[in-house]
Design a protein around this ligand. Sequence first.
Ligand code: ATP
Ligand code: MG
Length: 215
Amino acid sequence: MRRAPDTRRLGVMGGTFDPIHHGHLVAASEVADLFDLDEVVFVPTGQPWQKEGRPVSPAEDRYLMTVIATASNPRFSVSRVDIDRGGRTYTADTLRDLRRQHPDAELYFITGADAMSSILSWQNWEELFELAKFVGVTRPGYDLDVAHLAQHLEKLPGDAVTLVEIPALAISSTDCRRRASAGRPVWYLVPDGVVQYISKRNLYRPPESTRPDGT
Ligand code: ATP
Ligand code: MG
């Protein structure tokens, strides 16, 4: 792909990351490779009171798990913009803040098929496309609503949204939380350091299930 030699390309991977798992990491890594990104910034969402009727883990825990999961990759970093802004996260706010911090970079917002549909239906998508290019990645169990997207895409420049197929990992944070709360393994679904952090902080376990040995 053609670009001015000094234009940095920054991927933006937003998510609740409760917890971050290998599906997120593979999505970021694949898009970084396909779009020749210099860096991918992971942006944990601000603290919503609830998400779909369930409590969300404290922002600092989600932030630290994201740092742990990305620390070994020199092209991955984590931003606190959404956490520090607080309240419900809107993608436009995330992108505006990152734009301010990286005025010369091209932003690529990376999203799974499920999140792409909801971003486009809920938010002011015309403004979003002025702030970043969007890359939708395949996710097992979710179909992109291509017909709905196409309606919008007609009015947009050709490279505003790109859909890419990535290796399918049927992993979700919801499943990881359920497993952890039932005492079942999350090994290999999330990075090792995240398994250890979940256990250390006793995340996703009802308080009465705390074991004396700390597991
Ligand atoms: P939850 O089950 O709590 O909603 P999640 O697994 O969907 O968690 P999020 O933090 O909601 O994770 O997702 C952040 C972003 O990563 C979204 O754009 C989502 O579509 C994408 N994503 C999550 N899991 C995958 C996966 N396995 N493959 C591809 N994309 C994914
Ligand atoms: Mg989700």
